[in-house]
Design a protein around this ligand. Structure first.
Ligand code: ZN
Length: 284
C-alpha cells in the first residue's frame, strides 16, 4: 500500500499519522516537542518511520505555526524559538524522496475540516480557538491568501468588547485590543487569572459575547456559508459557546445573512487531517 503522511508540528506536541489513498488514518504517533531543532527533526524522522512501517510514502503534508514561506517550505514557528528559517521542505524531501507541503496550522486545519469534516461549503471559514487564535478562509476549497502571500490574521481584529478586567487585555502581537487577547486560552488566563475550563458562567458570557462580536465582523466581511470553530478552548466549552456566540453575531448582523456556526467535527485532529489533505491534494 502507498501512504500519505500528515504532521502536526505543535509547540507542545508532535502528531504524525499515515493514511491510505482515501485519507483514512492507518497508524499514528504522538511525542512531546523537544526543545532543540536537531532533536525535533530527529524525532519527526523517527515518528514518520514508525507510522509508515517501511511502506512507500507518496507525499507528506505538515501544519506548523507561522510565520513561514509555504512555497519554499521555510518555517520559523513563533512558539519554537530554536526553529528559525528552517528549510523543512528541503530537509524532508531529501530524507524521504517524496513531495512535502507545509502551511500555517490554521490554514491547514481549514483544509482538513473542508476535506474530512463532511461539508464542502463554497465559502468556508474555519477558526481555531486554543492557546492563541487564528483562522483560514476557503473559496471553493482554495485558500484565500493576501497580497505577498500573507495569511489573513483574523484574530487580530479590534472588536466592541465587554470585559470585567480590562487591565488584563494584552495581545501577544503587541497591540492592546485584539480579539485574540479576549477569547484565546492565553488571553483568558491574563484577564481572568485561570484557564478557560475554570471560568464561571458570567465570565463565559463575556467570552461568548466577545467571540460573537468577532464572528459578526468576519460574517460581514467574508459572507461565508458556515463558520466552524475548532481548537481546545472551543472544543472544551462546546455547544454553549457556539450557541451564545452565534446568537450575539446574528443579533448584530443586519445587511448580510447570518452564517451557520458549528463546532469542528474532527476534534483535536483538525490540523493533522489537514496535513494529510495537503499531502493528498497539494497546496496552491
Ligand atoms: Zn493581536
Amino acid at each position: 500500500m502507498s501512504l500519505s503522511i500528515g504532521l502536526d508540528i505543535g509547540g507542545t506536541k508532535f502528531l504524525v499519522a499515515s493514511a491510505d489513498a482515501r485519507g483514512k488514518i492507518i497508524q499514528r504517533a504522538v511525542e512531546p516537542t523537544p526543545a532543540g531543532l536537531d532533536d525535533g527533526i530527529a524525532v519527526l524522522h523517527r515518528m514518520i518511520a514508525a507510522v509508515s512501517g517501511g511502506q512507500k510514502i507518496i507525499a507528506m503534508g505538515a501544519a506548523i505555526g507561522g510565520p513561514l514561506d509555504w512555497r519554499q517550505g521555510i518555517v520559523s514557528p513563533l512558539h519554537q524559538p530554536e526553529w528559525r528559517k528552517v528549510p523543512l521542505k528541503a530537509i524532508m524531501q531529501d530524507r524521504w524522496q517524496c513531495n512535502f507541503f507545509v502551511d500555517v496550522d490554521t490554514n491547514v486545519a481549514a483544509l482538513g475540516e473542508y476535506h474530512f469534516g463532511g461539508e464542502k461549503a463554497s465559502r468556508f471559514l474555519y477558526l481555531t480557538l486554543s492557546t492563541g487564535m487564528g483562522g483560514g478562509f476557503l473559496l471553493d476549497g482554495r485558500l484565500y491568501r493576501g497580497v505577498g502571500e500573507q495569511h489573513p490574521e483574523m484574530a487580530h481584529q479590534s472588536i466592541h468588547y465587554r470585559c470585567s478586567n480590562p487591565a488584563g487585555i494584552q495581545c501577544e502581537c503587541g497591540v492592546p485590543d485584539c480579539l485574540e487577547a479576549l477569547v484565546s486560552g492565553n488571553g483568558i488566563r491574563r484577564i481572568y487569572g485561570k484557564p478557560a475550563e475554570l471560568l464561571n458562567e458570567d465570565e463565559w458570557n463575556e467570552v461568548s459575547y466577545n467571540l460573537g462580536q468577532g464572528l459578526r465582523n468576519l460574517a460581514i466581511l467574508y459572507c461565508p456559508e458556515v463558520i466552524i470553530l475548532g481548537g481546545g478552548v472551543a472544543i472544551g466549552r462546546g455547544k454553549p459557546l457556539v450557541t451564545a456566540s452565534g446568537e450575539i453575531m446574528a443579533a448584530h448582523l443586519q445587511l448580510v445573512a447570518a452564517p451557520r456556526v458549528r463546532l469542528s467535527r474532527l476534534g483535536y485532529d483538525t490540523a493533522l487531517m489537514g496535513a494529510i489533505a495537503i499531502a493528498m491534494h497539494g497546496l496552491e
